[in-house]
Ligand binder design. Structure first.
Ligand SMILES: CC(C)CCOP(=O)(O)OP(=O)(O)O
Ligand SMILES: [Mg+2]
Ligand SMILES: [Mg+2]
Ligand SMILES: [Mg+2]
Length: 147
């Protein structure tokens, strides 16, 4: 019989969105088995048949109520998070977008999964950051358009 590997969960695909407003970006403290109480971008699992842009818009709407535009692919990173309560391997697709209406403020639509959203300055990020975002920051990647 084929051996079933019960320890190594399959890598997951996540889409995370740098929602930019001037020099600020939207972050929320996660309340989740994955990255609990760390500050993360809005985003989530890529669902069957979705484009990266469709997933970005859906997850941001589901989590913050915000409508986004100018959605563009930035980069993809490979994150093996062994310090998590349950080790997890996430291929993270990072997208960039702008709020459709700069006056629209985020709502905490899923309070069981997020402690609340707020705009943070890229040069003054809260800690601790969620693994994939921390790896991204450590790598020196700059998500902002070249001014
Ligand atoms: C990015 C990666 C952790 C994939 C899962 O993200 P997530 O826990 O925010 O997932 P959902 O928003 O889809 O529930
Ligand atoms: Mg979600
Ligand atoms: Mg989801
Ligand atoms: Mg999410």
């Amino acid at each position: 019989s084929p051996s079933i590997n019960l320890t190594a969960p399959v890598p997951k695909v996540g889409v995370a969105v740098f929602l930019l407003k001037g020099k600020k970006l939207l972050l929320g403290r996660r309340l989740s088995a994955i990255g609990n109480r760390t500050f993360a971008l809005p985003g989530g699992h890529l669902e069957f048949g979705e484009s990266f842009e469709e997933c970005a818009a859906r997850e941001v709407k589901e989590e913050t109520g915000l409508d986004i535009g100018n959605i563009e692919y930035l980069t993809v990173t490979n994150n093996v998070l062994l310090k998590e309560v349950k080790p997890i391997h996430i291929v993270c697709i990072f997208m960039r977008a702008m709020v459709a209406d700069p006056q629209q403020q985020p709502l905490n639509v899923e309070p069981e999964k997020c402690d609340g959203w707020d705009w943070y300055d890229w040069d003054d990020l809260p800690k601790p950051l969620f693994g994939p975002l921390e790896n991204m920051v450590q790598s020196g990647f700059n998500p902002f358009p070249a001014s």
